[in-house]
Design a protein around this ligand. Sequence first.
Ligand code: AMP
Length: 419
Amino acid sequence: MLTTAPRGTRDILPEEAAQWQYVESNIRQCCLLYGYGEIRPPLFEHTELFLRSVGETTDIVEKEMYTFRDRGGRNITLRPEATASTVRAYLEHNLYAGPQPVKMYYLGPMFRYDRPQAGRYRQFSQFGIEAIGTQDPTMDAEVISVALDFYCRLGLTGLEVQLNSIGCPKCRQDYRQALLNYLSQHRGQLCRTCLSRLDRNPLRVLDCKEEGCQAITADAPRMLTYLCSECDEHFKAVQECLQSIEAHYVINPALVRGLDYYTKTVFEIVWPGLGAQAAICGGGRYDGLIEECGGPSTPAVGFAMGLDRVLLAIQKAGAAVPAAKTPLAYVVALSAADNQEAFRILTRLRRADIISDKDYRQTSLRAQLKAADRSRARYAVLVGGIERTQGMVAVRNMTTGEQHEIPLDQLITFLQEGR
Ligand code: AMP
């Protein structure tokens, strides 16, 4: 147990971490272009926040939260998602009093007691954006466009944007009743979880992954035919905006998303190559959430993207990730007596911003040169011998084998010019 990470968690070792850093730098660049500032909310919140926002009849709240009492008796939950925290921060810091919309992004770990499998973990990373304070349909399209531009930067193709509208509380009321009537006729075929949720929140049945329930919901009434004129117009405008920027999408009338706070636009982005865990991004509008959390009535829209799955997708697709940087110089001590001087020179190189390394095993010249080769350094800097007494070092080009003797005080310039 001491040598195994808890189920559903994993270590990301340096080689893979380099890919994560590449993905993260693209996220930051995208958000900069689109005007989203970073928010870093805490990793845990009062449990009540998620009960209120995510919804009491959702899988997240019913089955998946890491909830505990802290030593002060507070009811705490490790965040299963970060929209709730962003909204809480928006209210806590009176951001509604400043210019609107407030556009923020976040990046970091989320925690859900999910059933682990490839692409599904108990600790996973999400990148999300939230635009709070506007109902403009161009903002719905912008949010989708941020995700698509990000995938484009990564060279990820073959994505499918699925779009739907789940209306507002007004039009959803009629739909809810129609759905309830339909599902009630099929009670016997629903799974236990759906049965228990049916009267409280029939929309959740549409989101169930059980085969039996999916067979029933395939013929269920569709929300799109119940949209009120305002929701219908909004949905049409969002589609026109997407078409105008050549963002391709398909309408999926069965899409409802697994969280209660959504209104109007909902969407999911799928990369089919990931099989069962193909959803790499999900989002939509949540015009009622800020009020639900005790703030002024404020429209908002956003998405959350699963970065573990994005990484899997770029690995599977063989999309190019820049190679990890290799050292420019590898410092070699000709004898044990030169080890300390080698270390001193190495430190000077690093302080001059030159990526460099040395061998720490105090081995033979041959073994050190082998290590230099393995590190894929461009140059070996040989410290010792007669050169050392003359204030010189020998610099060997590791590709050509060419060797120069260089005065120590010119080493940095020499390496920088050869960079
Ligand atoms: P959600 O917050 O449920 O809308 O999920 C948004 C995205 O987060 C999904 O499309 C997935 O890409 C990702 N995601 C959700 N749950 C997990 C999980 N347990 N492991 C890995 N990624 C996840």
